[in-house]
Design a binder for this molecule. Structure first.
Ligand code: GLN
Ligand code: ZN
Length: 753
């Protein structure tokens, strides 16, 4: 008889409460820690995580959610699907990290966003000659460690359907899902090995099933789980979905022999009662939001759970997805005011909510009355707190939304901007310059109180002066101040806007060893003071050439924050847009003639289901336009986009109506220009002419060749010359050499026009 657990989570954070994993992994890369030290920290973190979850009261605990870099890369290792180019590296760990990060001679796997989260996974490459082979050592190792500790361990693996749908086919046009029959026997073998090693349950993650899938893909998934559930010796299978509704995939997988199904009842809205097969399944109900940081409305969640009792075989309470996406614990935050604290729940607090709900279900609500009372009290102050409703801001927003005519048509703006007197093929950069040691030292010193604001200002101004002088010397046409004062392009603004809270220790993994601290948007947004004007005007005071003001757009600010769940995202976007709009107007008033509003995350928030995409694009484009339509025709608005394929948002990019759009293009051979033409885009465009992600300095010829390629798609009057993205991660030496070549290439191509 399989144990029917009652309380679990689908996965947990793994970087360590104090980013221990980041520190040791980076030390290993730098040669300051050896493999044994790395292994020891990993083992410690796992033990700590599992025992914490057990002590908190979970009765089934996910294992194999630990990773030195990424769980999809781990799955590629599990299935023998690392690319050939790393096969020659003997050491297992070095081969693994080479696939993740590259070496001098090996390019890494591509990285892309994990569904609509801010986590990035490595994209496995599958070629016709990839011959899959099982290597279960990692998952068996972690299972063994956990069982040894007496943990009710449930190994977690990425499922075969999701693995293939997320991988990239190299050297073949055929859909990778056609290769599924090569994987099923490996998973079958794995199931038996896990069973023999003592696993009672296995969690197989198939989040790809919550996106739009064709009937054929759904039929394939059904067939796979028919086959896997027919394996004779195996653990019970929990098929886990998250990040949305399963839709048509739900009845399909419910009709297979898997014992359990995890459904996301926060992001998704599946009607479980409509699927009779679920009355024979163990349903793991994701009622505690695994992706956002708000305290759960326990009353509401318990009601949801109550309605499920009749339509499921048995029921467990869970988070909606892995807790990978939220910080470890609220206890690490010292500076949260009492009210805000009471509204929040990070990882540990969410686990407690799961346990509370499970206890309420199994032992009756009265046994956890106190927890319910606390949640209720928090919910009530969250509706009355004045910071959540600033009527003056709301009224002003309404007025502008109702009366703002938007910008004049582009052909009226163009002559108004002629006073900028820019040459053909104007050269510029995306905003940031290298974050030098001097900058980091100054920031740390300010934080520790070793220097005061005045000294910090002096040091940052020195950086700005250097960057401006460099750009003048190089002969760039539109200058930037270099963003030395910004730790992060979202946090910088969040720290200055009312309505946002910046955590002290709220780290979440973004990719590999990279962690971010998303700010929390909890209230109405107000801009108490200008945020960038003094820095930009200082830079402008040093040069005759135009300096671009540099702002982050409303969509990106939301995409990289934890957002309010008590109002539509569109409303929050407009409030942020209003603050950015006020900043553009202030910059203009201070004599700045070009303002760039970055929206690198425009594509990121695109909903997984096509049916929801139009509404998203409407409000996101609307927010950008609100942010940028307060200025005169003579002020040139730039925007910048990167990090993605733009196919699905190409119309939206055109609709942003920015005078100039700089866009990542170097790695995709300017393809985006043809796509923009196809939607009638006829504004300024700066396709990145070299890839800033690589330390390589591009030659003049190479950049000139890119420009000529671009000129086949775009007339010279509209073409700008710039790198792919900001330069903050590059070294000063690389930047100077690359930009020198960029300016020379522009001159060369200009001369030939
Ligand atoms: N202006 C920002 C920079 O240059 C843009 C960064 C980005 O696109 N992510 O750093
Ligand atoms: Zn960028």
């Amino acid at each position: 008889m399989t144990t029917l657990f009652t309380a679990t989570v689908l996965g947990s954070p793994r970087i360590g409460r104090n980013r221990e994993l980041k520190k040791v992994v980076e030390a290993y890369w730098a040669g300051r820690a050896d493999a044994a030290a790395l292994a020891a920290v990993g083992a410690d973190l796992r033990r700590q995580t599992w025992t914490d979850l057990r002590d908190a009261g979970l009765d089934s605990i996910p294992v194999n959610t630990f990773s030195y870099y990424d769980q999809v890369l781990d799955t590629a290792v599990l299935l023998g699907a690392l690319p050939d180019r790393v096969a020659g590296i003997d050491d297992d760990l070095d081969r693994y990290f080479a696939a993740a990060r590259g070496t001098d001679s090996v390019t890494p796997l591509e990285m892309t966003k994990w569904f609509d989260t801010n986590y990035h996974y490595l994209v496995p490459e599958i070629t016709p000659s990839t011959s899959f082979a099982l290597d279960a050592s990692k998952v068996l190792g972690e299972l063994g460690e956990a069982l040894e500790l007496g943990i009710a361990a449930r190994p977690v693996i990425v499922g075969p359907v999701t693995f293939l749908l997320l991988s990239k086919a190299v050297g073949s046009e055929a859909p990778l899902l056609d290769r599924i029959d090569e994987l099923v026997p490996l998973y079958a073998d794995l199931l038996t090995q896990l069973h023999d090693a003592g696993a009672e349950w296995v969690q197989i993650d198939e989040p790809a099933l919550v996106a739009d899938r064709t009937p054929e893909e759904i039929a394939t998934a059904k067939r796979v789980y028919d086959q896997l559930s027919a394996v004779e010796t195996r653990p019970a299978i929990l098929l886990a979905s998250y990040f949305g509704s399963l839709g048509d995939a739900l009845p399909a997988i419910a009709s297979t022999g898997v014992e359990g199904i995890a459904v996301d009842l926060v992001a998704g809205s599946d009607t479980l009662a409509a699927v009779p097969e679920l009355t024979r399944k163990h349903v793991v109900a994701g009622v505690v939001d695994g992706r956002n940081i708000w305290r759960t409305d326990l009353e509401n969640a318990l009601t949801t759970l109550g309605t499920l009792l009749g339509s499921t075989g048995s029921l467990a309470v869970s988070t909606s997805c892995s807790l990978l996406h939220v910080p470890y614990t609220l206890q690490a935050e010292k500076n949260v005011d009492k009210a805000l604290r009471s509204w929040l729940a990070f990882g540990t607090e969410k686990v407690r909510e799961v346990v509370t709900l499970a206890t309420a279900l199994t032992e009756g609500r009265e046994t956890v009355d106190e927890e319910f009372a606390l949640a209720r009290a928090a919910a009530s102050t969250r509706t009355t707190d004045p910071r959540l409703r600033d009527n003056a801001i709301r009224a002003r927003l309404e007025t502008i939304l109702a009366s703002d005519p938007g910008r004049s048509p582009a052909d009226q703006r163009r002559p108004a901007q002629a006073a900028l007197e820019l040459p053909l093929l104007p050269t510029t950069t995306i905003g940031s310059y290298p974050q030098t040691t001097a900058i980091r030292v100054a920031r740390a010193a300010l934080r520790k109180g070793e220097i005061d604001d005045a000294e910090y200002l002096i040091r940052m101004r020195a950086e700005i002066a250097d960057v401006v002088a460099l750009q003048e010397e190089l002969g760039l046409d539109v200058l930037v101040h270099g963003e030395p004062e910004r730790n992060d392009m979202v946090q910088y603004f969040a720290e200055q806007l009312d309505g946002f809270f910046a955590t002290e220790n709220g780290w979440v993994q973004s990719y590999g060893s990279r962690c971010v601290r998303p700010p929390i948007l909890y209230g109405d947004v107000r801009r108490p003071n200008p945020m960038t004007v003094s820095w930009i005007t200082y830079a402008q005071s040093l040069t005759q050439r135009p300096v671009k003001g540099m702002l982050t757009g409303p969509v990106t600010i939301l995409a990289w924050s934890f957002v309010r769940d008590d109002q539509p995202l569109a409303d929050s976007a407009n409030q942020v847009a209003l603050a950015i709009r006020d900043e553009t107007v202030d910059l203009q008033g201070a004599g700045i003639r070009i303002v760039q509003v970055d929206e690198p995350a425009l594509r990121e928030l695109l909903p997984l289901r096509a049916a929801e995409q139009t509404a998203y694009l409407d409000w996101s484009v609307g927010a950008f336009r609100l942010a940028t339509s307060g200025v005169a025709d003579s002020t040139q608005i730039h925007t910048h986009l990167c990090y993605s394929e733009f196919g699905e948002v190409i119309d939206a990019i055109a609709n942003l109506d920015a005078d100039v759009t700089s866009i990542e293009a170097a790695r995709s051979h300017m393809e985006v220009l043809g796509d923009l033409n196809a939607v009638g885009f006829d504004l300024g465009v700066g396709p990145g002419v070299y890839d800033i992600h690589s330390p390589r300095v591009p030659s003049v010829e190479e950049i000139a060749a890119s420009l000529k390629e671009a000129l086949e798609a775009v007339p010279a009057e509209r073409l700008w010359v710039n790198p792919d993205c900001g330069l903050k991660t590059r070294s000063p030496v690389e930047v100077e050499a690359s930009l020198r070549n960029l300016v020379d290439a522009a001159k060369l191509v200009r001369a030939g026009l």
